[in-house]
Design a protein. Structure first.
Length: 206
């Protein structure tokens, strides 16, 4: 059976229910453990209302570009958010940042993810930018493999912790300075050991 033709278009207010559904799937996929007994999965009502407001704000913000990928029946398959910012905090090199990228489970492996990445590339080319940065959860093995096969190399690992936890660990002497230093394996003589800002060569997808 032939695949439906896919296209990526700007999201609209009418897409908000689908965006919220994608947000539910993304949240469920990233939960570190199953929900408590008797509690349904998905986004709590209060958080869902706040998320809806955030989507509406993004739709109205000219500096944020929220897009959806649809098939020829106009069914929303996934979404992504494009913004322009520096590639990292120390290098003043603008890049397109692709975040909140998700494809509904029932629509995966149909080309929707590649369509979103292709749209990010077109978005960058239209603005004369040479880099695309994607945000991927470190625990999402499939997503990390997907982006690696498309040429995306690791740039940095961002960790998050409540200030109170950090203070307690510091007071207990459990935080070691070496925990915050990225160790590099010795490189061969004459080879560059620093990670490039651009895509790296990866093995072809099986």
């Amino acid at each position: 059976m032939a695949r439906s033709a896919l296209r990526v278009r700007p999201a609209t207010v009418e897409d908000v229910p689908a965006l919220l559904a994608f947000g539910d799937e993304l949240r469920d996929a990233l939960l570190p453990s199953p929900p408590e007994a008797g509690r349904p999965r998905g986004t709590p009502a209060g958080t869902r209302a706040l998320l809806e407001q955030r989507y509406l704000e993004a739709l109205a913000d000219p500096d944020r570009h929220l897009v959806v990928v649809v098939n020829d029946a106009e069914e929303q398959l996934g979404m992504a958010l494009f913004t322009v910012a520096s590639a990292n905090a120390l290098v003043d090199l603008p890049a397109v940042h692709m975040s909140h990228a998700v494809v509904a489970d029932r629509h995966k492996r149909r080309g929707a993810g590649k369509a979103l990445v292709g749209a990010a590339a077109s978005f960058a080319e239209a603005r004369g930018l040479e880099q695309i940065v994607v945000s991927v959860h470190p625990g999402s093995r499939d997503a990390n493999r997907f982006f690696a096969r498309l040429g995306f190399a690791p740039l940095a690992v961002r960790r998050i912790a409540p200030v109170g936890v950090v203070r307690r660990r510091l007071a207990q002497g459990e935080a070691r300075p070496t925990d915050h230093v990225v160790r590099r394996r010795p490189g061969r003589v004459g080879r560059r050991t620093s990670a490039p800002l651009g895509p790296a060569e990866v093995e072809p997808a099986p």
